[in-house]
Write a protein that binds this ligand. Structure first.
Ligand code: SF4
Ligand code: SF4
Length: 81
């Protein structure tokens, strides 16, 4: 299972909610502060590392505020024959 994390540009986020609604494991929430535009920016809240790096949040963000990083577990080699 891949794991990931995202970085959201909080200064440019307009709080449209699309990323939060698109996130399968629901690890995006809104901050309790306002950014310079007057919006509560989205932020990753993922204490259990549920983000898979699927990038759905980044795809739906109309302002390209989200950068996605994905980490793939090292493959184990297995002897077949
Ligand atoms: S990359 Fe996928 S799992 Fe991670 S925050 Fe975005 S939508 Fe959610
Ligand atoms: S989709 Fe983009 S602009 Fe909308 S809340 Fe998420 S990060 Fe902010």
């Amino acid at each position: 299972m891949a794991h990931g994390r995202i970085v959201i540009d909080a200064e440019r986020c307009k709080g449209c909610d699309l990323c939060r609604l698109a996130c399968p494991p629901s690890v995006i929430q809104f901050a309790d502060f306002l950014n310079p535009k007057g919006y509560r920016p989205a932020m990753l809240v993922d204490p259990e590392n549920k983000c898979t790096g699927c990038a759905l949040c980044a795809v739906v963000c109309p302002d390209a505020c989200i950068t996605v990083y994905r980490y793939q577990a090292a493959r184990q080699s297995s002897k077949v024959a």
